[in-house]
Design a protein around this ligand. Structure first.
Ligand SMILES: Nc1ncnc2c1ncn2[C@@H]1O[C@H](COP(=O)(O)OP(=O)(O)O)[C@@H](O)[C@H]1O
Ligand SMILES: [Mg+2]
Length: 312
């Protein structure tokens, strides 16, 4: 990059992917440009590239292989000089047991029961979903109407050392799951995701990288009741973690159901896809500019503003 003003500090920013997708899946393609337009130089690399540890700031994006490398990934998050979202946020949010913390303070959550390896799994009557507590991209998530098959899948996950999450199947997913994106705690944009899990007996179809099931996304304008649930979930998470909502560069709140009784399916603070491709170009540019401004604010918060390294 040409440095027009050598006295101005240019932090090295890394957008982190994974070995199968070192530059993400394409959804974030406009971010490098948006950051550059704001005077910020960013490049993509896989999170496990040693050069990522030399960056001034690493922004988690498509780090979707951490499921199989959890200890290594969590250790890395604490070694990176500066990480967004912050490592303690990642450590809490990477395991869906965080849903219990949010439910405990009144956030309406899809009913969730957790069973650690060795614990006796109990399944409610009716159709259910069994999935790993640490998971992304629908990996390991299946629908069941036969409880013995559900218990067999749960047992298989537990034998792999995974805590199991059992939920009733919420048929409202048929109308789409609403994903609401927040930047620094403020409402940005939203999209819907079609149902991911085929009926019992079937398994989702995965992308060729194997890191996520293929998704049917559409732009959306959720009712304010859903945005309110999003704000409540983020505020509860920030309070639980003793951080400010502005410390969360990005957050995605995934909700099932409409305005009458929406329920939180996931609060994604680690590496959510932000669905930029669902936006019209002018809106996408505007919101990505907001993202870039938020990165600039975060850098100033870290003491890495443009004039932070100027010598007297
Ligand atoms: N309780 C549920 N009821 C209906 N569909 C569900 C339920 N849990 C998961 N799903 C479906 O499975 C997908 C993946 O589950 P999710 O909890 O989002 O985990 P992750 O995205 O971390 O793999 C969801 O997008 C949704 O389509
Ligand atoms: Mg999900």
């Amino acid at each position: 990059m040409k440095l027009a003003r050598p006295d101005v500090f240019h932090p090295r920013i890394v957008l982190a992917g994974c070995p199968a997708l070192p530059e993400g899946d394409g959804d974030d393609a406009g971010l490098v440009r948006a950051l550059r337009d704001h005077g910020l130089h960013a490049c993509w690399m896989s999170w496990d590239d040693p050069a990522a540890l030399q960056a001034d700031l690493v922004i988690l994006r498509a780090t979707w292989d951490y499921i199989d490398r959890l200890d290594e990934f969590l250790a890395w998050t604490t070694r990176v000089p500066r990480l967004l979202n912050p490592p303690q946020v990642v450590a809490w949010n990477i395991d869906k047991r965080y849903l219990s913390d949010l439910s405990a303070v009144g956030v309406p959550v899809v009913p969730s029961a957790f069973f650690a390896p060795g614990e006796q799994v109990r399944v409610p009557v009716g159709e259910i979903v069994v999935k790993p507590a640490v998971g992304a991209g629908s990996v390991g998530a299946l629908r069941f109407s036969d409880s013995s098959k559900a218990l067999a899948h749960a047992g298989m996950l537990q034998r792999r050392g995974q805590t199991v999450l059992v939920q009733p199947y919420d048929p409202r997913v048929g109308d789409g799951e609403t994903a609401m994106v927040f930047i620094r705690g403020e409402q940005s944009h939203a999209f819907t995701k079609g149902p991911m899990l085929p009926p019992p007996g079937g398994a989702p179809v995965f992308d060729e990288s194997g890191t996520y099931a293929e998704e049917q996304l559409q732009p959306a304008e959720p009712d304010f009741e859903l945005w309110d649930l999003g704000h409540a979930a983020i505020a509860a998470a920030a309070a639980h973690l003793d951080v400010s909502t502005t410390d969360l560069l990005y957050a995605r709140v995934d909700v099932l159901g409409g305005h009458d009784s929406p329920r939180l399916l996931e609060l994604e603070l680690v590496e959510p896809s932000l669905g930029w491709r669902q936006l019209d170009e002018s809106i996408r540019r505007r919101q990505q500019r907001r993202f870039a401004l938020a990165v600039g604010s975060a850098l100033r918060g870290f003491g890495l503003g443009p004039l932070s390294h100027r010598r007297p």
